[in-house]
Design a protein around this ligand. Structure first.
Ligand SMILES: [Cu+2]
Length: 111
């Protein structure tokens, strides 16, 4: 199951089980040590990605400004649903920049 491969944080396993029970595919990302893990998350169109902030204060902000979280502190999550296939680069406004600078990642949305 491809979505399982995006999980790198054991603590999210319980959440994954809950998500797997739903018909909609979900993507997960963790925010740690001033980086997004994994840097690229691949999901199917119509799916949602949830980022969980493990430490520090960060944002998840689209390069094109079309969506953004508020400032997330440790333990907070942010979710965004992606309806159309494509590559959606994002970054942290505190530690990264547009175009993949430093603290940044990509959501790859497939059909
Ligand atoms: Cu940050």
């Amino acid at each position: 199951m491809r979505i399982m491969q995006t999980i790198i944080v054991a603590a999210l396993a319980a959440l994954l089980c809950a998500a797997a029970a739903l018909s909609q595919e979900k993507g997960k990302g963790a925010i740690t040590n001033n980086k997004f893990e994994p840097k690229t998350v691949t999901i199917k169109a119509g799916s949602e990605v949830t980022w969980e902030n493990k430490e520090g204060a960060h944002t998840v902000t689209a390069d094109d400004g079309s969506w953004t979280s508020s400032t997330l502190t440790a333990g907070q999550t942010y979710s965004h649903k992606f309806d159309k296939p494509g590559k959606y680069p994002y970054y942290c406004t505190f530690h990264g920049g547009k175009g993949g600078q430093n603290m940044a990642g990509v959501v790859n949305v497939t059909r």
